[in-house]
Design a protein around this ligand. Structure first.
Ligand code: NAD
Length: 249
């Protein structure tokens, strides 16, 4: 793993789960890291914390500007903040669609728009979006969430094309089910959490959930100069689900 000495990174949704693991990994490798989150109160030094909702364009602009000023620039943007939704198209009303797309898709648009002027000044500019296997897997009971992540995948490719000649690489990671507070909340709400967890583990070829640190490792690779010739790709971190062409039941 390359070191991030001298690089400045901003991680959205960096107070929990995959975002937190990513922020801590980048900092451990020498980056100066800022976290943008709805609730960054639990974020400890050396990470810098900025409270903002990615659905609030003014708050995002202010937080990105403050982070770039405090860090002295921006080389890496990790667009990771996201929320879930369960059900078929009959289960989610328009308001739920607007809410999830606002966070998962427009959230990326807003932070990227605010960060690009800073990233263009970097000689090691990279954007990594946290997408999901849901973008392409055809998961049952995940219509809205899958559509939002399908949009993240398309957006990643479009952004990669738009900014490649400006020296800004754009890639995404597609995690399978990752062991984060989000999944812990889902399991806690299930009638039989242990059985639900076993079912989630069984659908991944490795027979276990992905760890937040494993997703963070993939994000760090795509954020680092080690992947300097890679842009417009989606890296699966899914225990083999996508690569082995296994469909969940
Ligand atoms: P998490 O709930 O543990 O962490 C998400 C973080 O995002 C939280 O700190 C939360 O406060 C922040 N956040 C949520 N909405 C926000 C908003 N509007 N503005 C600013 N911050 C906001 O979740 P996680 O499991 O670490 O998921 C992180 C990302 O990974 C999401 O984009 C999710 O879709 C994706 N993902 C997760 C899994 C999984 O199984 N955990 C699988 C595939 C993809």
């Amino acid at each position: 793993m390359t070191d991030f000495q001298g690089l400045k990174a901003l991680v959205t949704g960096g107070a929990s789960g995959i975002g937190r693991a990513t922020a801590e990994l980048l900092a451990a490798r020498g980056a100066e890291v800022a976290v943008l989150d709805l609730d960054p109160s639990g974020v400890d030094k050396p990470l810098r914390a900025y409270a903002a909702d990615v659905t609030d364009d003014t708050a995002v602009r202010d937080a990105v500007a403050a982070a770039a000023a405090d860090l002295g620039g921006l080389d890496v943007l990790v667009n990771n903040a996201g929320i879930g939704a369960q059900g078929t198209v009959e289960d989610n009303d328009d308001a739920q669609w607007h809410t999830v797309l606002d966070v998962n898709v427009l959230g990326i648009v807003r932070t990227t728009r605010a960060a690009l002027p800073h990233l263009r000044l970097s000689t090691a500019a990279a954007i990594v979006n946290t997408c999901s296997i849901a973008a392409t897997a055809g998961l049952p009971q995940r219509a809205l969430y899958s559509a939002s992540k399908g949009a993240v995948l398309s957006l990643t490719l479009a952004m990669a094309a738009d900014h490649v000649r400006e020296g800004v690489r754009v890639n995404c990671v597609n995690p399978g089910t990752a062991d984060t507070p989000w999944i812990a909340r889902l399991l806690d709400a299930a009638p039989d959490p242990a059985a639900e967890r076993a079912a989630l583990e069984a659908r991944q070829p490795t027979g276990r959930l992905v760890s937040a640190d494993e997703v963070a490792g993939a994000i760090a690779y795509l954020a680092s100069p080690l992947s300097g010739a890679t842009t417009g790709t989606a890296l699966a971190v899914d225990g083999g689900m996508q690569g082995l062409r296994l469909r969940p039941v």
